[in-house]
Write a protein that binds this ligand. Structure first.
Ligand SMILES: Cc1ncc(COP(=O)(O)O)c(C=O)c1O
Length: 442
């Protein structure tokens, strides 16, 4: 093992041995190399005459650049073309954390890591898996998930996914199924891994405050019973909460710093929250209980995580990070966010209103939704994939089919005024398929 990794491991072990136990083999071996990067950092401060360390080209004291490239970029070359650190821009990490605290009041006063920048959440999940997931580990997820978890956790990291039904028949979060699945897994393992994604993709559901509190109690109970629990929150759609009942904070804020056997990992990103899908900037933040000065242990985790970033993408795009930092610091930022939030909430409310139409009751049930970009229908009479293809071919309407019965509708992509027509068209498509079936039978 590299001596730097060993040193980081000792720091983590001294601060909380159970957290060290939760790291994967890769996680234990990870470190942030001192080599060229730290020599360059040192030279940046002290090499006032010639700095011949960095792996970029310079000219007249700034990163060398083509005018045709810069003609598209209204930022200076050293804010856009040069490399960002593997950890991410320090100012962006601090600013994102300030915003996180503002949006998650329960976090105030808790010791958490500084966020480490990733190439958005997909990469954050992958880095998290590198750090914490071992082959054959089980990840506990609901039965309605973002499909990419399968590629990341099972195909690329050899883990297994176990699912519980997300909803009760009354339409709330299925706490008893959640608890039973955690307990069952805990019987055979020392470490239980849970991934919580709220607002949920595909259903658009966020638990109520009391459901969220119970989720936390269940996790704490497991930890009290001597199990190590890793809880990953995928907060991709954070902030888009449309009703008064749902919790408006990340579950991370409730789980961070509450038990020495619980490691909470927050994955969030500017991607969906700030409507910059292609910029690829996300964050990983850790929250647990460390003895002594927690900063040392968080530093060690940040270094290992930045090592995983270094070994995969090296660093997240500097241009993207600068744009997001500038936007977060803009005086109009809050107003702009609120304006877009209102548009999204109005669309969600319109969907709710449209779905009260009685005729639809024959065609589908609506899964509970109160947040995010999406909602799902459970079809009663036709196959989801057949309907999807029919809507595309006959009406030029695209929806996502999930399994036999479910379709996902991204109301995030439909103007409010078009929402009634969208659902009428889906309904019409169902009618068409029903009629076709009757015609074939007779
Ligand atoms: C639940 C969830 N997590 C993560 C992602 C990916 O986010 P990013 O584009 O930030 O990698 C998505 C995108 O669809 C998602 O729905």
């Amino acid at each position: 093992m590299n001596p730097i990794a060993q040193e980081l491991n000792e720091t983590i072990q001294n601060a909380n041995p159970t957290i060290y136990d939760m790291l994967s083999r890769k996680g234990r071996n990870l470190y942030f190399p001192k080599g060229i990067l730290s020599q360059s950092a040192e030279a940046k401060e002290k090499a006032t005459k010639y700095n011949a360390t960095i792996g970029i080209a310079t000219e007249n004291g700034v990163p060398m650049h083509l005018a045709s490239v810069m003609s598209y970029i209204p930022l200076a070359p050293d804010q856009s073309l040069s490399y960002a650190p593997s950890f991410g821009l320090l100012n962006l990490r601090r600013t994102w954390q300030e915003h996180m605290l503002r949006k998650n009041p329960s976090l105030v006063g808790k010791a958490v890591s500084l966020p480490i920048v990733t190439n958005a959440i997909t990469h954050g999940l992958s880095v998290t898996a590198d750090m914490w997931i071992e082959e054959n580990d089980v990840i506990i997820l609901p039965d309605k998930i973002w499909g990419n978890y399968l590629l990341i956790f099972t195909v690329l990291h050899g883990a297994e996914i176990k699912q519980y039904p997300l909803f009760t028949s009354e339409g709330g979060f299925n706490l008893s199924a959640f608890e039973a699945t955690l307990r069952k897994e805990a019987r055979n393992r020392e470490k239980v891994v849970v991934l919580l994604n709220f607002p949920n993709n595909p259903t658009g559901y966020t638990p109520t405050v009391s459901e969220a509190q119970r989720i936390v109690e269940i996790v704490v109970d497991l930890a009290e019973g001597g199990k190590n629990v890793l809880v990953i929150t995928d907060d991709a759609y954070f902030g888009l909460f449309y009703d008064a009942q749902s919790i408006r904070e990340s579950l991370f804020s409730l789980l961070a710093g509450i038990h020495q056997r619980i490691m909470a990992i927050k994955l969030d990103a500017a991607t969906k929250e700030n409507y910059v899908w292609g910029l690829r900037v996300g964050f990983i933040t850790y929250g647990t209980v460390f003895k002594g000065n927690p900063k040392d242990a968080y530093d060690a985790l940040e270094k290992k995580t930045a090592g995983a970033v270094r070994g995969t993408i090296s660093n997240s795009p500097h241009l993207s990070q600068s744009i997001i930092l500038g936007s977060l610091n803009s005086e109009n930022y809050q107003t702009e966010k609120e304006e877009k939030f209102r548009i999204m909430r109005n669309r969600a409310n319109r969907v709710k209103e449209v779905l009260t139409e009685e005729k639809y009751g024959h065609a589908w049930d609506v899964y509970p939704f109160n947040s995010g970009y999406f909602m799902c229908l459970r079809l009663k009479t036709v196959n989801a994939e057949e309907l999807r293809l029919h809507l595309l071919n006959a009406y030029g309407v695209g929806v996502i089919s999930l399994g036999e019965t479910d379709i996902r509708v991204a109301f995030s992509c439909v103007e409010e005024d078009n929402i009634p027509e969208l659902f009428d068209t889906i309904f019409q498509g169902i009618r068409d398929l029903e009629r076709e079936r009757v015609a074939m039978q007779s």
